[in-house]
Design a protein. Structure first.
Length: 268
């Protein structure tokens, strides 16, 4: 069988794998994505079918490969200042009400390759300066977290960064690094990256003023959404904000939040 072809049963195996490991529901429309992202791993191990690859990762013969497969199937595309209205709200509404001198903490709960938490950090640096603030950035994918920690991106990723932020917080690569940019160390040092599975009990994290949970809820079943939101509310301060994507809603998920505007909620 051509390794490029994934059968319905093989796809269902990976659907169940991702559901059990991460609580994420892969719709039938994701069949081509699963096939495409895993194809190189089949070739790497000289396997003929997706069934062979599934049996291989479940066998435990190569423990790190299970994490590799999970990374490939749960990583989402992101970019700097995605859905910019949320960062305007953070800058213009949330931060002006913050009491000077008090710590301010934000959690980017599905940070992917780091663009979201670094965007948050640039906004906080702009508004709070050298004050006491920090950003926790988490993802289930170890691979994208390694990328995110570097703070190093190709210049085309800077397209949506406002020029004043780009000039203040990003270093343009020269010589061998031409065509890339690096987040300035004072910004990078405020962002802590951690591997966290939102579908499991959370480690001790401490309270947050704002939690970004964007572009991930759409992949969860209803019960999983309720469980995830309940976990996050446990570490969100009273009066704190939970921000989801414009394509998502928390209607019917919890009664502990008040919707302030589309995709922006506040804890009672």
């Amino acid at each position: 069988m051509d390794a490029c072809t994934i059968t319905d049963q093989e796809f269902r195996n990976f659907q169940e794998f991702v559901r059990q490991m991460a609580g994420i529901s892969l719709s039938p429309a994701k069949k081509a994505l699963v096939s495409g992202r895993l194809m190189k791993r089949l070739r790497h191990y000289h396997l003929a079918t997706y069934k062979d690859y599934f049996q291989f990762i479940m066998s435990g013969l190569e423990p790190s490969e299970l994490q590799t497969a999970l990374d490939l199937l749960t990583t989402n595309e992101t970019y700097f200042f995605r859905e910019p209205q949320h960062f305007d709200f953070l800058s213009d509404t949330i931060l002006p009400a913050h009491r000077p001198g008090q710590p301010f903490r934000v959690w980017s709960a599905a940070c992917s390759s780091g663009e979201e938490p670094y965007t948050i950090a640039m906004v906080l640096a702009d508004r709070l300066g050298a004050g006491t603030w920090d950003v926790l950035a988490s993802d289930i994918s170890a691979r994208v977290l390694d990328k995110a920690r570097s703070g190093h991106y190709s210049m085309d990723r800077a397209e949506k960064i406002p020029p004043r932020y780009l000039n203040a917080y990003c270093l343009k690569g020269i010589g061998a690094q031409a065509g890339t940019f690096l987040l300035d160390k004072p910004v990078r040092s405020r962002v802590q990256f951690m591997s966290i599975n939102l579908n499991a009990a959370l480690p001790p994290l401490g309270p947050f003023d704002v939690i970004f949970l964007r572009n991930v809820m759409i992949y969860f079943a209803l019960d999983t959404k309720r469980q995830v939101v309940d976990r996050l509310l446990g570490v969100l301060k009273p009066g704190g904000y939970l921000i989801v994507s414009h394509s998502e809603t928390l209607h019917g998920i919890t009664d502990r939040l008040k919707m302030l505007r589309s995709s922006v909620y506040r804890k009672s």
